[in-house]
Write a protein that binds this ligand. Structure first.
Ligand SMILES: [Cu+2]
Length: 457
Protein backbone atom coordinates (compact mmCIF):
# COMPACT_ATOMS: atom_id res chain seq x y z
CA UNK A 1 0.00 0.00 0.00
CA UNK A 2 2.73 2.46 1.01
CA UNK A 3 4.66 1.65 -2.14
CA UNK A 4 1.64 2.15 -4.29
CA UNK A 5 0.73 5.43 -2.56
CA UNK A 6 4.31 6.66 -2.90
CA UNK A 7 4.29 5.69 -6.53
CA UNK A 8 1.03 7.52 -7.17
CA UNK A 9 2.26 10.59 -5.28
CA UNK A 10 5.49 10.78 -7.25
CA UNK A 11 3.69 10.01 -10.49
CA UNK A 12 1.15 12.72 -9.68
CA UNK A 13 3.89 15.20 -8.85
CA UNK A 14 5.61 14.44 -12.10
CA UNK A 15 2.44 14.98 -14.09
CA UNK A 16 1.60 18.16 -12.17
CA UNK A 17 5.02 19.58 -12.79
CA UNK A 18 4.56 18.78 -16.44
CA UNK A 19 1.36 20.85 -16.24
CA UNK A 20 -0.79 18.35 -18.15
CA UNK A 21 -3.34 17.48 -15.49
CA UNK A 22 -6.44 19.43 -14.60
CA UNK A 23 -7.47 20.41 -11.07
CA UNK A 24 -10.26 17.81 -11.16
CA UNK A 25 -7.91 14.97 -12.11
CA UNK A 26 -5.49 15.98 -9.36
CA UNK A 27 -8.33 15.69 -6.84
CA UNK A 28 -8.38 12.02 -7.79
CA UNK A 29 -11.14 9.78 -9.01
CA UNK A 30 -11.68 6.70 -6.84
CA UNK A 31 -10.51 3.44 -8.35
CA UNK A 32 -13.32 1.62 -10.19
CA UNK A 33 -13.66 -1.99 -9.12
CA UNK A 34 -14.35 -4.24 -12.11
CA UNK A 35 -16.08 -7.61 -11.68
CA UNK A 36 -15.70 -10.38 -14.24
CA UNK A 37 -17.53 -13.23 -12.48
CA UNK A 38 -21.30 -13.62 -12.91
CA UNK A 39 -21.91 -15.29 -9.53
CA UNK A 40 -23.55 -13.82 -6.42
CA UNK A 41 -21.06 -11.94 -4.26
CA UNK A 42 -21.91 -11.99 -0.55
CA UNK A 43 -23.02 -8.88 1.35
CA UNK A 44 -20.42 -6.08 1.42
CA UNK A 45 -20.03 -4.59 4.91
CA UNK A 46 -20.04 -0.77 5.15
CA UNK A 47 -16.58 0.72 4.53
CA UNK A 48 -17.20 3.84 6.60
CA UNK A 49 -20.04 6.14 7.58
CA UNK A 50 -23.18 5.03 9.45
CA UNK A 51 -23.95 1.34 10.05
CA UNK A 52 -26.41 -0.57 7.84
CA UNK A 53 -27.42 -4.13 6.97
CA UNK A 54 -26.10 -4.73 3.45
CA UNK A 55 -28.15 -6.38 0.69
CA UNK A 56 -27.19 -9.37 -1.47
CA UNK A 57 -27.49 -8.87 -5.23
CA UNK A 58 -28.54 -12.08 -6.98
CA UNK A 59 -25.81 -12.93 -9.52
CA UNK A 60 -24.35 -9.52 -8.83
CA UNK A 61 -22.30 -7.44 -6.45
CA UNK A 62 -22.09 -4.17 -4.53
CA UNK A 63 -19.81 -1.33 -5.63
CA UNK A 64 -17.27 -0.40 -2.91
CA UNK A 65 -17.02 3.29 -1.99
CA UNK A 66 -14.46 5.48 -0.27
CA UNK A 67 -15.08 8.24 2.25
CA UNK A 68 -13.69 11.62 1.30
CA UNK A 69 -14.27 14.53 3.69
CA UNK A 70 -17.57 13.03 4.78
CA UNK A 71 -18.77 12.25 1.22
CA UNK A 72 -19.22 8.71 -0.09
CA UNK A 73 -17.47 8.45 -3.45
CA UNK A 74 -18.33 5.81 -6.05
CA UNK A 75 -16.95 5.23 -9.55
CA UNK A 76 -19.07 3.73 -12.32
CA UNK A 77 -17.57 2.93 -15.71
CA UNK A 78 -20.02 2.54 -18.61
CA UNK A 79 -18.44 0.04 -21.02
CA UNK A 80 -18.95 -2.95 -23.31
CA UNK A 81 -19.07 -6.19 -21.27
CA UNK A 82 -19.42 -9.92 -21.81
CA UNK A 83 -22.14 -11.46 -19.63
CA UNK A 84 -22.71 -15.16 -19.18
CA UNK A 85 -26.51 -15.81 -19.15
CA UNK A 86 -26.04 -19.42 -18.03
CA UNK A 87 -23.20 -21.88 -18.61
CA UNK A 88 -23.09 -22.38 -22.40
CA UNK A 89 -24.25 -18.93 -23.45
CA UNK A 90 -22.68 -15.48 -23.29
CA UNK A 91 -23.88 -12.13 -24.61
CA UNK A 92 -21.97 -9.09 -25.82
CA UNK A 93 -23.61 -6.24 -23.96
CA UNK A 94 -23.10 -2.79 -22.53
CA UNK A 95 -23.00 -2.42 -18.77
CA UNK A 96 -21.00 -1.00 -15.90
CA UNK A 97 -17.71 -2.07 -14.28
CA UNK A 98 -17.45 -5.35 -16.16
CA UNK A 99 -21.02 -6.61 -15.83
CA UNK A 100 -24.63 -6.18 -16.88
CA UNK A 101 -26.45 -5.18 -14.79
CA UNK A 102 -24.04 -2.81 -13.09
CA UNK A 103 -23.06 -3.15 -9.44
CA UNK A 104 -25.55 -2.28 -6.70
CA UNK A 105 -24.85 1.05 -5.00
CA UNK A 106 -25.60 1.09 -1.26
CA UNK A 107 -25.70 4.12 1.01
CA UNK A 108 -27.65 5.51 3.96
CA UNK A 109 -30.44 8.07 4.30
CA UNK A 110 -28.79 11.46 4.92
CA UNK A 111 -25.55 10.48 3.14
CA UNK A 112 -23.89 12.90 0.76
CA UNK A 113 -22.83 10.81 -2.25
CA UNK A 114 -20.59 11.65 -5.21
CA UNK A 115 -20.70 9.31 -8.19
CA UNK A 116 -18.05 9.59 -10.91
CA UNK A 117 -19.32 8.20 -14.23
CA UNK A 118 -16.69 7.45 -16.87
CA UNK A 119 -17.92 6.72 -20.39
CA UNK A 120 -15.99 4.00 -22.21
CA UNK A 121 -18.82 3.30 -24.69
CA UNK A 122 -18.52 4.17 -28.38
CA UNK A 123 -21.38 6.71 -27.98
CA UNK A 124 -22.51 9.28 -25.40
CA UNK A 125 -24.49 8.34 -22.28
CA UNK A 126 -25.86 9.71 -18.97
CA UNK A 127 -27.19 8.17 -15.77
CA UNK A 128 -30.67 8.81 -14.46
CA UNK A 129 -31.31 7.95 -10.76
CA UNK A 130 -34.80 6.44 -10.89
CA UNK A 131 -36.91 7.35 -7.84
CA UNK A 132 -34.27 9.44 -6.05
CA UNK A 133 -35.35 12.89 -4.84
CA UNK A 134 -32.54 15.16 -6.01
CA UNK A 135 -31.77 18.55 -7.61
CA UNK A 136 -33.13 18.71 -11.17
CA UNK A 137 -29.63 19.12 -12.62
CA UNK A 138 -28.56 15.76 -11.13
CA UNK A 139 -31.44 13.83 -12.72
CA UNK A 140 -29.39 12.64 -15.67
CA UNK A 141 -31.73 13.27 -18.58
CA UNK A 142 -29.41 13.98 -21.50
CA UNK A 143 -30.14 17.34 -23.10
CA UNK A 144 -32.66 18.30 -20.40
CA UNK A 145 -30.70 18.21 -17.17
CA UNK A 146 -27.11 18.00 -18.47
CA UNK A 147 -25.07 17.62 -21.66
CA UNK A 148 -24.55 13.96 -22.57
CA UNK A 149 -21.29 12.37 -21.34
CA UNK A 150 -19.15 11.92 -24.46
CA UNK A 151 -16.93 8.87 -24.94
CA UNK A 152 -13.81 9.31 -22.78
CA UNK A 153 -15.39 11.92 -20.46
CA UNK A 154 -16.11 11.54 -16.75
CA UNK A 155 -19.08 13.38 -15.20
CA UNK A 156 -19.72 13.81 -11.48
CA UNK A 157 -23.15 13.44 -9.85
CA UNK A 158 -23.41 14.68 -6.27
CA UNK A 159 -26.45 14.90 -4.00
CA UNK A 160 -27.77 14.10 -0.52
CA UNK A 161 -30.00 11.07 0.02
CA UNK A 162 -33.23 12.52 1.40
CA UNK A 163 -34.98 9.22 2.13
CA UNK A 164 -34.36 5.50 2.39
CA UNK A 165 -35.72 3.00 -0.11
CA UNK A 166 -34.95 1.08 -3.28
CA UNK A 167 -34.11 2.88 -6.50
CA UNK A 168 -32.58 2.06 -9.86
CA UNK A 169 -30.13 3.68 -12.26
CA UNK A 170 -30.01 3.58 -16.05
CA UNK A 171 -29.04 5.83 -18.99
CA UNK A 172 -31.32 8.59 -20.22
CA UNK A 173 -29.44 8.92 -23.50
CA UNK A 174 -30.12 6.73 -26.56
CA UNK A 175 -32.24 4.94 -24.02
CA UNK A 176 -33.84 2.30 -26.24
CA UNK A 177 -30.45 1.00 -27.41
CA UNK A 178 -28.59 1.36 -24.13
CA UNK A 179 -31.20 -0.37 -21.99
CA UNK A 180 -31.72 -3.13 -24.58
CA UNK A 181 -27.94 -3.62 -24.36
CA UNK A 182 -28.15 -4.16 -20.58
CA UNK A 183 -27.30 -0.83 -18.93
CA UNK A 184 -29.00 -0.69 -15.53
CA UNK A 185 -28.37 -1.19 -11.85
CA UNK A 186 -29.81 -1.00 -8.35
CA UNK A 187 -29.44 1.80 -5.80
CA UNK A 188 -30.36 0.89 -2.22
CA UNK A 189 -30.62 3.61 0.42
CA UNK A 190 -30.69 2.11 3.91
CA UNK A 191 -32.66 3.74 6.75
CA UNK A 192 -30.72 5.94 9.19
CA UNK A 193 -32.00 3.77 12.03
CA UNK A 194 -30.64 0.27 11.22
CA UNK A 195 -33.51 -1.30 13.18
CA UNK A 196 -36.19 0.31 10.99
CA UNK A 197 -37.68 -2.38 8.68
CA UNK A 198 -34.84 -4.69 9.67
CA UNK A 199 -34.74 -8.14 8.01
CA UNK A 200 -32.37 -11.10 8.29
CA UNK A 201 -31.77 -11.42 4.55
CA UNK A 202 -32.24 -8.77 1.92
CA UNK A 203 -32.01 -9.84 -1.74
CA UNK A 204 -32.16 -7.56 -4.78
CA UNK A 205 -32.35 -8.22 -8.51
CA UNK A 206 -33.51 -6.55 -11.72
CA UNK A 207 -35.79 -7.95 -14.39
CA UNK A 208 -34.47 -7.41 -17.90
CA UNK A 209 -35.26 -8.94 -21.30
CA UNK A 210 -33.17 -9.44 -24.42
CA UNK A 211 -33.61 -10.56 -27.98
CA UNK A 212 -30.58 -12.63 -28.93
CA UNK A 213 -31.05 -14.99 -31.88
CA UNK A 214 -29.67 -18.49 -31.29
CA UNK A 215 -26.15 -18.53 -32.70
CA UNK A 216 -25.61 -14.77 -32.23
CA UNK A 217 -24.14 -12.77 -29.34
CA UNK A 218 -25.49 -9.22 -29.39
CA UNK A 219 -29.04 -8.26 -28.34
CA UNK A 220 -31.25 -6.89 -31.13
CA UNK A 221 -31.87 -3.37 -29.83
CA UNK A 222 -34.77 -2.54 -32.18
CA UNK A 223 -37.01 -5.25 -30.71
CA UNK A 224 -40.20 -3.82 -29.19
CA UNK A 225 -42.13 -6.79 -27.82
CA UNK A 226 -40.84 -10.17 -28.96
CA UNK A 227 -37.91 -10.73 -26.60
CA UNK A 228 -36.64 -14.31 -26.24
CA UNK A 229 -34.53 -14.16 -23.06
CA UNK A 230 -36.26 -13.18 -19.82
CA UNK A 231 -33.75 -12.63 -17.06
CA UNK A 232 -33.15 -12.01 -13.37
CA UNK A 233 -30.08 -9.77 -13.37
CA UNK A 234 -29.16 -10.78 -16.94
CA UNK A 235 -29.16 -14.49 -16.02
CA UNK A 236 -31.62 -17.24 -17.01
CA UNK A 237 -32.49 -20.48 -15.25
CA UNK A 238 -30.59 -22.69 -14.55
CA UNK A 239 -27.89 -19.98 -14.42
CA UNK A 240 -29.65 -17.99 -11.69
CA UNK A 241 -28.28 -18.58 -8.20
CA UNK A 242 -30.50 -19.98 -5.46
CA UNK A 243 -31.68 -17.69 -2.65
CA UNK A 244 -31.31 -19.24 0.79
CA UNK A 245 -32.65 -18.57 4.28
CA UNK A 246 -32.94 -20.17 7.69
CA UNK A 247 -36.39 -21.30 8.83
CA UNK A 248 -38.18 -18.45 10.60
CA UNK A 249 -35.92 -15.71 9.26
CA UNK A 250 -37.46 -12.50 7.98
CA UNK A 251 -36.59 -12.20 4.28
CA UNK A 252 -36.96 -9.28 1.87
CA UNK A 253 -36.69 -9.60 -1.90
CA UNK A 254 -36.53 -6.37 -3.92
CA UNK A 255 -37.37 -6.71 -7.62
CA UNK A 256 -37.02 -3.87 -10.14
CA UNK A 257 -38.50 -4.12 -13.63
CA UNK A 258 -36.61 -2.47 -16.50
CA UNK A 259 -38.12 -4.62 -19.26
CA UNK A 260 -40.86 -3.53 -21.67
CA UNK A 261 -43.63 -5.64 -20.07
CA UNK A 262 -45.08 -6.52 -16.64
CA UNK A 263 -43.92 -9.52 -14.62
CA UNK A 264 -46.18 -11.13 -12.02
CA UNK A 265 -43.57 -12.47 -9.60
CA UNK A 266 -44.82 -15.53 -7.76
CA UNK A 267 -43.34 -17.25 -4.69
CA UNK A 268 -44.37 -20.77 -3.68
CA UNK A 269 -44.95 -21.91 -0.09
CA UNK A 270 -45.27 -18.46 1.47
CA UNK A 271 -47.51 -15.45 1.63
CA UNK A 272 -45.89 -12.04 1.61
CA UNK A 273 -46.59 -8.33 1.78
CA UNK A 274 -45.27 -5.59 -0.48
CA UNK A 275 -43.46 -3.35 2.00
CA UNK A 276 -41.68 -0.94 -0.34
CA UNK A 277 -42.05 0.49 -3.84
CA UNK A 278 -39.66 2.81 -5.66
CA UNK A 279 -41.82 5.56 -4.15
CA UNK A 280 -40.92 4.57 -0.59
CA UNK A 281 -42.02 2.33 2.29
CA UNK A 282 -45.65 1.19 2.29
CA UNK A 283 -47.40 2.07 5.60
CA UNK A 284 -48.41 -1.07 7.56
CA UNK A 285 -52.11 -0.18 7.28
CA UNK A 286 -51.88 -0.13 3.47
CA UNK A 287 -50.37 -3.63 2.98
CA UNK A 288 -52.22 -6.82 2.12
CA UNK A 289 -51.21 -10.47 1.76
CA UNK A 290 -50.22 -11.81 -1.67
CA UNK A 291 -48.47 -14.77 -3.25
CA UNK A 292 -47.93 -13.02 -6.59
CA UNK A 293 -47.15 -9.36 -7.12
CA UNK A 294 -47.19 -7.70 -10.50
CA UNK A 295 -44.05 -5.66 -11.03
CA UNK A 296 -45.04 -3.27 -13.79
CA UNK A 297 -42.67 -1.63 -16.27
CA UNK A 298 -40.41 0.89 -14.52
CA UNK A 299 -41.48 -0.24 -11.04
CA UNK A 300 -39.79 -1.79 -8.00
CA UNK A 301 -41.57 -3.99 -5.48
CA UNK A 302 -40.02 -5.25 -2.24
CA UNK A 303 -41.78 -8.24 -0.68
CA UNK A 304 -41.29 -9.55 2.86
CA UNK A 305 -42.12 -12.91 4.42
CA UNK A 306 -41.11 -15.34 7.14
CA UNK A 307 -39.12 -18.26 5.70
CA UNK A 308 -40.68 -21.76 5.76
CA UNK A 309 -38.49 -24.87 5.34
CA UNK A 310 -38.43 -26.43 1.87
CA UNK A 311 -37.32 -25.97 -1.73
CA UNK A 312 -39.59 -23.34 -3.22
CA UNK A 313 -39.90 -21.96 -6.74
CA UNK A 314 -39.80 -18.20 -7.32
CA UNK A 315 -40.66 -17.17 -10.86
CA UNK A 316 -42.52 -14.90 -13.25
CA UNK A 317 -46.03 -16.25 -13.72
CA UNK A 318 -46.12 -15.53 -17.47
CA UNK A 319 -45.27 -19.03 -18.66
CA UNK A 320 -43.38 -17.84 -21.76
CA UNK A 321 -41.06 -15.93 -19.43
CA UNK A 322 -39.89 -19.15 -17.78
CA UNK A 323 -38.49 -20.49 -21.04
CA UNK A 324 -35.25 -19.79 -22.84
CA UNK A 325 -34.82 -18.70 -26.47
CA UNK A 326 -37.35 -20.39 -28.70
CA UNK A 327 -39.15 -19.87 -31.98
CA UNK A 328 -42.68 -18.71 -31.15
CA UNK A 329 -43.93 -19.40 -34.68
CA UNK A 330 -43.99 -23.19 -34.23
CA UNK A 331 -47.40 -24.78 -34.82
CA UNK A 332 -49.18 -26.68 -32.07
CA UNK A 333 -48.89 -30.35 -33.06
CA UNK A 334 -50.51 -31.89 -29.99
CA UNK A 335 -52.59 -34.83 -31.27
CA UNK A 336 -51.00 -34.82 -34.75
CA UNK A 337 -49.18 -38.09 -35.47
CA UNK A 338 -45.87 -37.20 -37.12
CA UNK A 339 -44.15 -40.54 -37.44
CA UNK A 340 -44.58 -40.90 -41.19
CA UNK A 341 -43.82 -37.27 -41.91
CA UNK A 342 -40.63 -37.46 -39.83
CA UNK A 343 -39.24 -40.36 -41.85
CA UNK A 344 -39.89 -38.50 -45.11
CA UNK A 345 -38.41 -35.21 -43.89
CA UNK A 346 -35.36 -36.94 -42.42
CA UNK A 347 -34.39 -38.03 -45.95
CA UNK A 348 -34.04 -34.34 -46.79
CA UNK A 349 -32.97 -32.92 -43.38
CA UNK A 350 -30.97 -35.52 -41.42
CA UNK A 351 -31.30 -33.70 -38.03
CA UNK A 352 -35.10 -33.35 -38.29
CA UNK A 353 -36.89 -34.52 -35.20
CA UNK A 354 -40.61 -35.00 -34.84
CA UNK A 355 -41.63 -33.43 -31.58
CA UNK A 356 -44.62 -32.13 -29.81
CA UNK A 357 -47.39 -34.57 -30.72
CA UNK A 358 -47.94 -35.19 -27.00
CA UNK A 359 -46.92 -31.74 -25.76
CA UNK A 360 -43.41 -30.41 -25.27
CA UNK A 361 -42.35 -32.11 -22.04
CA UNK A 362 -40.31 -34.65 -24.05
CA UNK A 363 -38.01 -31.82 -25.08
CA UNK A 364 -36.64 -31.31 -21.58
CA UNK A 365 -35.49 -34.93 -21.56
CA UNK A 366 -33.77 -34.78 -24.94
CA UNK A 367 -30.92 -32.70 -23.55
CA UNK A 368 -27.74 -33.46 -25.43
CA UNK A 369 -29.58 -35.46 -28.06
CA UNK A 370 -31.11 -32.34 -29.62
CA UNK A 371 -28.65 -30.37 -31.73
CA UNK A 372 -28.59 -26.70 -30.65
CA UNK A 373 -27.01 -23.84 -32.59
CA UNK A 374 -23.88 -22.29 -31.02
CA UNK A 375 -24.41 -19.93 -28.09
CA UNK A 376 -27.96 -20.67 -27.07
CA UNK A 377 -29.64 -22.64 -24.30
CA UNK A 378 -32.30 -25.36 -24.16
CA UNK A 379 -35.81 -23.93 -23.78
CA UNK A 380 -36.82 -26.06 -20.82
CA UNK A 381 -34.04 -27.24 -18.60
CA UNK A 382 -32.59 -27.70 -15.10
CA UNK A 383 -32.36 -30.91 -13.07
CA UNK A 384 -34.11 -31.38 -9.73
CA UNK A 385 -33.92 -34.25 -7.26
CA UNK A 386 -36.91 -35.95 -8.93
CA UNK A 387 -36.11 -35.25 -12.61
CA UNK A 388 -36.05 -32.40 -15.15
CA UNK A 389 -37.49 -29.11 -13.85
CA UNK A 390 -38.51 -28.00 -17.40
CA UNK A 391 -37.96 -24.30 -16.84
CA UNK A 392 -35.78 -21.49 -18.16
CA UNK A 393 -35.78 -17.70 -18.06
CA UNK A 394 -37.20 -15.96 -14.98
CA UNK A 395 -37.15 -18.90 -12.58
CA UNK A 396 -35.07 -19.68 -9.53
CA UNK A 397 -35.28 -21.37 -6.15
CA UNK A 398 -35.62 -20.27 -2.55
CA UNK A 399 -34.12 -22.92 -0.27
CA UNK A 400 -35.05 -22.62 3.40
CA UNK A 401 -33.42 -24.89 5.99
CA UNK A 402 -33.72 -25.25 9.77
CA UNK A 403 -29.94 -25.50 10.04
CA UNK A 404 -28.83 -22.84 7.54
CA UNK A 405 -26.39 -20.70 9.54
CA UNK A 406 -27.19 -17.02 9.91
CA UNK A 407 -25.25 -15.10 7.27
CA UNK A 408 -24.48 -18.29 5.29
CA UNK A 409 -25.48 -17.85 1.64
CA UNK A 410 -24.12 -21.17 0.35
CA UNK A 411 -26.47 -23.60 -1.44
CA UNK A 412 -27.53 -26.29 1.08
CA UNK A 413 -28.35 -28.92 -1.59
CA UNK A 414 -31.79 -30.49 -2.07
CA UNK A 415 -34.39 -30.47 0.71
CA UNK A 416 -34.72 -33.62 2.82
CA UNK A 417 -38.47 -33.93 3.10
CA UNK A 418 -39.85 -35.17 6.42
CA UNK A 419 -41.34 -38.69 6.10
CA UNK A 420 -44.70 -38.87 4.29
CA UNK A 421 -44.65 -35.26 3.07
CA UNK A 422 -43.92 -35.96 -0.63
CA UNK A 423 -46.64 -36.71 -3.20
CA UNK A 424 -46.49 -40.45 -3.97
CA UNK A 425 -47.36 -42.75 -6.85
CA UNK A 426 -50.75 -44.31 -6.23
CA UNK A 427 -50.31 -47.89 -5.11
CA UNK A 428 -46.68 -47.46 -4.03
CA UNK A 429 -47.56 -46.86 -0.39
CA UNK A 430 -50.52 -46.91 1.91
CA UNK A 431 -51.98 -43.57 2.96
CA UNK A 432 -51.61 -42.93 6.66
CA UNK A 433 -54.82 -43.15 8.67
CA UNK A 434 -55.80 -39.79 10.08
CA UNK A 435 -56.59 -40.20 13.75
CA UNK A 436 -60.15 -39.20 14.46
CA UNK A 437 -60.46 -36.15 16.68
CA UNK A 438 -61.73 -37.14 20.14
CA UNK A 439 -65.46 -36.66 20.51
CA UNK A 440 -66.41 -33.45 22.31
CA UNK A 441 -66.83 -34.30 25.98
CA UNK A 442 -69.06 -31.36 26.80
CA UNK A 443 -72.72 -31.95 26.12
CA UNK A 444 -72.89 -29.29 23.37
CA UNK A 445 -75.05 -30.08 20.39
CA UNK A 446 -73.62 -29.45 16.97
CA UNK A 447 -76.41 -28.03 14.92
CA UNK A 448 -76.14 -27.84 11.16
CA UNK A 449 -78.49 -25.26 9.85
CA UNK A 450 -79.44 -25.13 6.20
CA UNK A 451 -79.57 -21.66 4.69
CA UNK A 452 -83.11 -20.39 4.68
CA UNK A 453 -84.98 -17.27 3.67
CA UNK A 454 -84.25 -14.91 0.80
CA UNK A 455 -80.56 -15.77 0.69
CA UNK A 456 -81.19 -19.36 -0.38
CA UNK A 457 -81.95 -20.53 -3.89
CU1 LIG B 1 -42.45 -12.17 -16.82
Amino acid sequence: MTNRRDFLRSAGAAILSAGVVSRVQAAGIPEAKIQYKPGTEGPLAPQGGPAYNPVVTLNGWTLPYRMKNGVKEFHLVAEPVVREFAPGMVAHMWGYNGQSPGPTIECVEGDRIRIFVTNKLPEHTTIHWHGVLLPSGMDGVGGLSQPQIKPGQTFVYEYTMKKSGTFMYHPHADEMVQMAMGMMGFLVVHPKNPNFMRVDRDYVFLLSAYDIDPGSYTPRTSEMTDFNLWTFNSRVFPGIDTMVARTGEKVRIRVGNLTMTNHPIHLHGHDFEVTCTDGGWVPKTARWPEVTTDVAVGQMRAVEFTATAGDWALHCHKSHHTMNAMGHQIPNLIGVPQKDIAAKVRKLVPDYMAMGDKGMADMSEMGEAMPLPDNTLPMMTGQGPFGPIEMGGMFTLLKVRDKQKRGDYSDPGWYEHPPRTVAWLYGSEEPEAVKAAPAPSSGHDLKIRKPTGHGAH
